[in-house]
Design a protein around this ligand. Structure first.
Ligand SMILES: Nc1ncnc2c1ncn2[C@@H]1O[C@H](COP(=O)(O)OP(=O)(O)O)[C@@H](O)[C@H]1O
Ligand SMILES: [Mg+2]
Length: 494
């Protein structure tokens, strides 16, 4: 009967067999196709269990679908078990006359069976399961021709199962590795911006390309630079870091290029510069936007030529250095304003990675907060600490101008300051707790204005160490009015 439309079945099968990569989906497709193609009353797929000793009913077509799932056979038991053992296909025209027939299952699910055809599913020489069909719809027993068709189909299915398993295994490994890497470098974050930054970082890691990392202070630029270095083939050499913002021009020159013994007064020894120390490794130039134009020119020359001289030296120093730089400045604007050399910018900016500020990824705040909490709980041996609900609300809504660094410090402080098992808002740094925008939230305009006035007055008083005359001047109000405000707004302790 199947011979009427073999092309149709082939077409059907080829549509799913090579593209279904989910091994949960395949069994259903296999048994349904087998039953339809072979005009069988039912079809089942049995898979060899991990222990290699049992055959489990993965799926069956028809009304007994669910009942059959709890059943299993030992390898060698019943007809399917026999096929799993020998690896040879088998037809039994009348099961009642075959002593291999294991009748318990069909009795149990009340499914009367007369004839069975079974084909083994094999991956190379390994038997991974059995495909079986039960009774032709027209009442005729299965013949050898049926068995041949079932066999070919079973071979195709084995390959499909194998492929799906391989893809799943690869996906699982991939997930594991990504998790592992994320843990290793501790770049915590699930927001799209951070995921993109991490995936870009991983992509470019094992190349020579210069990377420019942009982001506000405390967003994790240095952490990103470390991740890139650690994922590159240069990882066995230490990452060399230089903060360009913290040094005067002559000190920066000395740090970058080193000096010869006697190059200047006080140069009693030869000093290697960071470029030399980073030979075969990565040099992370932090706060590159702070570099003077003069130094930018010198840096560009080294990057272009790959050679330089130590201060006071005449010997060419040749190095193989990969440069990663970072800045919290709007570097394109700096280029526009001619504070940063355009040609150097292009050299450094081969790949750009932008790390979003913490308020651009609010969804990560609690994730990071809890991550740091776990860390400091361990460090301070306070295993039972938790954030109170109010504290969590403050963490979520605060503006975090210092980004992750500020959050990390806030959590550390709260763990140290906290007395009870719950971290309360008072345990947070004053700046974080005070600016709790909660106080603005559920107020009408009048109350919101009062809250705003109160906070403005507090902030101003703090900025002038409580000097009311001075504060009144800053606020451009009379000193007497300020005193009244302080009383009315119930401001205390300043
Ligand atoms: N995504 C993150 N996951 C975990 N810790 C982070 C993350 N981003 C930053 N940190 C931590 O925050 C602090 C500041 O990060 P850092 O890389 O020095 O920022 P930047 O260089 O941008 O100023 C470091 O202690 C760093 O480990
Ligand atoms: Mg930094």
């Amino acid at each position: 009967m199947y011979s009427n439309t073999p092309l149709q079945y082939l077409n059907d099968i080829s549509a799913w067999v090579s593209c279904v990569q989910n091994s949960k989906q395949l069994p259903g497709l296999i048994v349904n196709t087998a039953a339809r193609m072979m005009q069988a009353r039912a079809s089942s797929l049995l898979l060899v269990d991990e222990d290699g000793q049992t055959l489990k009913f993965e799926i069956t077509t028809g009304p007994k679908k669910n009942e059959i799932k709890k059943h299993e056979l030992k390898i060698g038991q019943g007809i399917a078990g026999h096929v799993a053992k020998t690896g040879e296909p088998l037809i039994v025209k009348d099961v009642s006359k075959d002593k291999r027939w294991y009748k318990t299952i069909s009795d149990d699910i009340a499914f009367k069976t007369k004839s069975i055809a079974c084909s083994p599913l094999k991956i190379s020489e390994d038997i991974i399961g059995v495909l079986q069909i039960i009774d032709r719809k027209d009442g005729q027993p299965f013949d050898d021709n049926d068995l041949n068709v079932l066999n070919v189909f079973a071979n195709v299915c084995s390959k499909a199962i194998n492929n799906a398993r391989k893809v799943e295994e690869a996906n699982r490994k991939n997930r594991e590795l990504t998790d592992q890497i994320a843990k290793m470098h501790k770049i915590v974050g699930k927001s799209p911006g951070v995921k993109k930054a991490v995936s870009d970082g991983l992509k470019v890691a094992d190349t020579r390309a210069s990377v420019l990392i942009l982001g506000e202070s405390g967003t994790g630029k240095e952490l990103m630079a470390r991740m890139i270095h650690d994922q590159s083939s240069r990882k066995d050499f230490p990452l060399v870091i230089l903060n360009c913002g913290a040094l005067t021009e002559s000190l920066l020159e000395d740090e970058l290029f080193g000096h010869e013994k006697g190059a200047f007064t006080g140069a009693s020894n030869l000093k290697k510069g960071k470029f030399e120390l980073a030979d075969n490794s990565t040099l992370f130039l932090d706060e590159i936007g702070e570099m003077s134009l003069n130094m930018q020119t010198r840096l560009l020359r080294v990057l272009q030529e790959g050679v330089y001289y130590r201060v006071g030296g005449s010997q060419n120093i040749k190095v193989d250095v990969r440069v990663i730089s970072a800045t919290n400045k709007d570097i394109e604007k700096e280029v526009e304003n001619k504070n940063f050399r355009e040609d150097l910018y292009y050299r450094l900016n081969v790949v750009q990675i932008k790390i979003p500020s913490l308020i651009e990824r609010r969804t990560d705040i609690l994730l990071l907060g809890n991550y740091f909490l776990e860390q400091f709980k361990k460090e301070q041996s306070r295993p039972d600490l938790q954030f109170s609900q109010k504290t969590l609300n403050i963490l979520k809504t605060y503006s975090w101008p210092g980004n992750i660094r500020e959050l990390k410090n806030a959590v550390e402080r709260s763990v140290i300051m906290c007395d009870g098992p719950l971290i309360s808002p008072e345990d947070l740094p004053f700046a974080v707790n005070r600016k709790d925008p909660e106080s603005f939230r559920e107020h009408d305009l009048k109350n919101a204005v009062i809250q705003f006035k109160k906070q403005l007055v507090i902030k101003t008083l703090e900025s002038v160490q409580g000097n009311r005359t001075h504060a009144a001047k800053v606020l451009k109000i009379q000193r007497t009015y300020l005193s009244r405000l302080i009383t009315d707004l119930k401001i205390q302790g300043i």
